[in-house]
Each structure stands twice: as structure tokens, then as C-alpha cells.
Design a protein around this ligand. Structure first.
Ligand SMILES: *Cc1c(COP(=O)(O)O)cnc(C)c1O
Length: 491
């Protein structure tokens, strides 16, 4: 199936479709119903009717279907956004998350009355611990970044509990996701960035030089953001521990490792998952998310409250945990995400989890093999993503990576991640995920090769892209500084 281009036709606002007096759906008034004016205090009554569009139901439906076709999403076509793991989300997850008993559960329901929901969360936690190779877990954090924050707070609490107060530095390789240094800084640590070596991995000598009595932790992404496994990770863990520090693993990219490698077995003390990436729940545009944090025994006393536990056959939320870092998120976290991730893991099973990771790696490597002669990869092939550079196109034809990304939209594909990781110039970071078929990978590779030819023969086609989308290019600085998102009634 060739993805169709995004609809370039301008869509009116739903208010512009409205005709005064037409109304929408009419609901009969129950005979015994009282008027609002009879029951509400006068001050609570609205003076003017709400300004709702007067549009029949089918037009509302068509309006939103049309809008959905103006945007790119995983249900439309490949969305190979590197580091974001934009895989197809099986719809059975959605069915389960919408079960009335789960979706309608009040967050203040006492433990005894929501044993099923607590069992689901507890079981999900057990599965994630197993995948992580860890001893304890919290499902509370609502994003990868909040998971990192939780993990670093746990590590800080651990050092504090040992009266080891001189540890003020967190070491982070220069290939890391921006959330890592942001987390460490926000948690009050000094960030020490260290350079990756020619393989795109951590250099042991550089690490040794950076470690000291002031080091609280090393934050390591596994596999790292150039898609490479840190082959010396057990030695890295040994060095970190020898220096009295702890190893935090950013597990947002576990799609490449789950069922194959367990960070806990590699020596990690804490890690977070991104359920909304690896375990297939819809994400993008800021949420919702879920970033469970799994830890080894020595960090368990500090986990955020409440801690979910099984006591004498019943599931309980424990609040009495004197060493806890406290609460990070309302209730138990984003429960709907837990239901989706639970469903996904239950559907796949142990073997399926491993095969998913293997297929993700195979897909990325197949794609790399098809494009690497045209789009060079400075650090070679990786695991679950290909990190290429657009430097040759910029140097020879004045076509930037951004232009290539924009041109992909004309062919019905979402652009990959661009200009990240920072250690690759003009980076194009492509993560096809396991849910791309070989046909789709071939079409995507063919399109990239076509764009490479265009860059050489008709560069203006690429630098002027996209042409087939509702809007072409924004003045991004203006859009960020002076966003105009207001609809003015009657003007
Ligand atoms: C996505 C990602 C994060 C942040 O996760 P959010 O849920 O967006 O906060 C952190 N690290 C890596 C490597 C990521 O890919």
C-alpha cells in the first residue's frame, strides 16, 4: 500500500460550518425533568447560550475524519522517528483500556474494592522486573523524563542514607538524550559530559578519568542513541561501583534489548522503561506516558509511595515507608497506559517479547544495508536504528537534512528524527521498529534513494519541500515566540 499524500485542501473550522438555528442532535426532554433555573442558584446560571457550532452529527464526524487525514500518524504510514519507537499500537490494547471496569475506576477506590486493577499493576510490575533483571519497581512516573528524575532522586536518597554527601556530580556521555542532563541538573547535580569514542561508545579511559569521590551516578543509555550496545557495560558498571557511584540506565530504547539483555544483569542499579515506546501505547504530542523505574534491592527502601505489594493474598498500597522519596504523581500513575502495556506483554508472551526485539534490530539493519552507500553512517550499523549523516548532500548540492526530511512528507512518510544525536552532523536518525513490513521498508528505502537523486539533479524540489501538505514550512522561530492559535469569533 503506497501511503496517500496528506490532503492539501484547506478545511474550514467547525464553527465556519455552523448555521445559526440548525442545531445538532436534538435530545427529547424527559417529562419530569426540571429546568436548570429551578434547581441552580441564580448566580450559577449562564447568561448567554454556549457558543457551540450548530452542525449535524455526520458533519462533525466528517470534519474530524478530514482533520485526521491532514496529520501524519502511525495508523497512516511509517513513522520512523529515531529514539521514539513509533510502532503500530495493536487495537486490542485500546479495547482493554476502555473496559468500563478499568476505564471508569475512581482513583480513590479503596484497595479492597479494586483488587483486579491492583493485580494488573502488580503483574505488569513483575513482568517488567523480569525484563529488567531488577528486584523492585514503581509504575508511578508519567514519562521517561519523570522516570529519570525518580531514578536520580532514588540514587540521591541512597547516598544521603549512607551519609555520603560529597557526591554532587552525574556523569553523562555526549550521545545522551537531552532529558538526561536536564534531569541531573534539575535534581541539583552538576553534569559532567564525557566524549564518546570513534565507535560511538563510552571510552573506558575517559570514564575512569571522570569518576571520583564526587560522582553520584553515571547515566548510560542502553543501547545508546547511536543505536549501539555498550559492549563494555559490565566493566563500566564495575568501575562506577568501585568509585562508590551507582549506574542508572536510560531504558527508553529497550525495544532493541527486551527478552535478550537485562540491564540488571549488566550491573545497572536503576533504570526506567518508556511503556509508551517499547510497550506500544500511543504517544507523541506530549502524552500520555508512563516511565516505570526498576531498581535493585539497595534502592527499594526509597521508592515513591505508595508501593504496591502483595500481603497475605491481597494487593495493598503501602504508605508507611519512612525512607521513601515521597510521591511523584497522582494516584498510581497513568493507569490506562499500564492496561495497554499489560495487554501487549500478555499477548506477546516471553518468546514474543524476544522476537519483537530481534525483528526491530533486523528491520533497522535491513534498512541500513539498503541505504548506507548513499546515506553514510559515521558509527556504522547499530541495533534498532540507523543513524546516518546528510553531510554529503549539504556539501555537494546545498541540500540540508531538514530538506530531505521535509521531502519525505511529499511521499507520504513521516520524517525521521533529525539533528539528533548531536554527535552526528546533519543527523538523520531512523527507527523503523519491528512493525514495518519488508515491503514498507523497501518503499521507504527507495524513496530515500529517489530523494538523493533529486538532491543531485533538481535540488530545488527538495529544498522547496513539502509541496503536497496543507502547509509548507513555518517560520519556526516566529511560531514558537509569537504563536497565533486563537480563533476570533465573528471576524
Ligand atoms: C524518549 C526518550 C526519553 C524521554 O522520554 P519521555 O517519555 O519523552 O519523557 C529519554 N531518553 C531516551 C533515550 C529517549 O528516547
Amino acid at each position: 500500500m503506497q501511503p496517500f499524500p496528506l490532503s492539501p485542501v484547506a478545511t474550514p473550522l467547525i464553527f465556519e460550518r455552523s448555521k445559526p438555528g440548525r442545531g445538532g442532535t436534538r435530545v427529547p426532554r424527559p417529562i419530569a425533568a426540571k429546568r436548570a433555573a429551578d434547581v441552580l442558584p441564580k448566580a450559577a446560571l449562564r447568561r448567554d447560550p454556549p457558543r457551540l457550532p450548530e452542525v449535524p452529527e455526520f458533519e462533525v464526524m466528517r470534519h474530524f475524519v478530514e482533520l485526521s487525514l491532514k496529520n501524519h500518524h502511525v495508523d497512516r504510514a511509517l513513522y520512523p522517528l529515531g529514539s521514539c519507537t513509533m510502532k503500530y499500537n495493536p487495537k486490542v490494547n485500546e479495547d482493554m483500556a476502555r473496559l468500563p471496569g478499568l476505564a471508569g475506576l475512581h482513583p480513590f477506590t479503596p484497595d479492597a474494592a479494586c483488587q483486579g486493577a491492583l493485580e494488573l499493576m502488580h503483574t505488569l510490575g513483575e513482568w517488567l522486573k523480569d525484563i529488567a533483571g531488577m528486584d523492585a519497581i514503581t509504575l508511578q512516573p508519567a514519562a521517561g523524563a519523570q522516570g529519570e528524575m525518580t531514578g536520580i532522586f532514588l540514587i540521591a536518597a541512597y547516598h544521603r542514607s549512607r551519609k555520603d554527601t560529597a557526591r554532587k556530580t552525574v556523569i553523562i556521555p555526549d550521545s545522551a538524550h537531552g532529558t538526561n542532563p536536564a534531569t541531573a541538573a534539575l535534581a541539583g547535580f552538576t553534569v559532567k559530559a564525557i566524549k564518546s569514542d570513534a565507535r560511538g561508545q563510552m571510552d573506558l579511559a575517559t570514564l575512569k578519568a571522570a569518576l571520583g569521590p564526587d560522582t553520584a551516578a553515571l547515566m548510560l543509555t542502553l543501547p545508546n542513541t547511536v543505536g549501539r550496545f555498550e559492549t563494555e557495560v559490565t566493566e563500566i558498571a564495575r568501575l562506577v561501583h568501585e568509585a562508590g557511584a551507582l549506574l542508572y540506565v536510560d531504558g527508553a530504547n529497550m525495544n532493541a534489548l527486551m527478552g535478550v539483555v537485562r540491564p540488571g544483569d549488566c550491573g545497572a542499579d536503576a533504570m526506567h522503561f518508556n511503556l509508551h515506546k517499547t510497550f506500544s501505547t500511543p504517544h507523541g504530542g506530549g502524552g500520555p506516558g508512563s516511565g516505570p523505574v526498576a531498581v535493585k534491592q539497595h534502592l527499594e527502601p526509597f521508592l515513591p509511595v505508595p508501593v504496591l505489594a502483595k500481603e497475605g493474598g491481597a494487593y495493598v498500597r503501602q504508605w508507611d515507608r519512612p525512607q521513601s522519596i515521597g510521591k511523584l504523581h497522582g494516584y498510581g500513575g497513568n493507569f490506562g497506559m499500564h492496561v495497554r502495556a499489560y495487554t501487549y506483554i500478555a499477548m506477546l508472551g516471553r518468546e514474543g517479547i524476544r522476537e519483537t526485539a530481534q525483528a526491530a534490530v533486523l528491520n533497522a539493519n535491513y534498512l541500513a544495508a539498503r541505504i548506507e552507500k548513499t546515506y553514510p553512517m559515521p558509527y556504522g550499523r547499530g541495533l534498532h536504528e540507523c543513524v546516518a549523516t546528510g553531510t554529503p548532500f549539504k556539501d555537494q548540492y546545498g541540500v540540508k537534512t531538514l530538506d530531505i526530511a521535509k521531502r519525505l512528507l511529499d511521499y507520504g512518510f513521516h520524517a525521521p528524527t533529525v539533528y539528533f544525536p548531536l554527535i552526528v552532523h546533519e543527523a538523520l536518525m531512523i527507527e523503523p521498529t519491528e512493525t514495518a513490513t519488508r515491503d514498507e521498508l523497501d518503499r521507504f528505502a527507495d524513496t530515500l534513494l529517489t530523494i538523493a537523486r533529486e538532491a543531485k539533479e533538481q535540488p530545488e524540489l527538495v529544498t522547496g519541500a513539502p509541496r503536497l501538505t496543507p502547509v509548507s514550512r513555518f517560520d519556526e522561530a516566529e511560531a514558537a515566540r509569537n504563536p497565533n492559535v486563537r480563533y476570533a469569533f465573528g471576524q
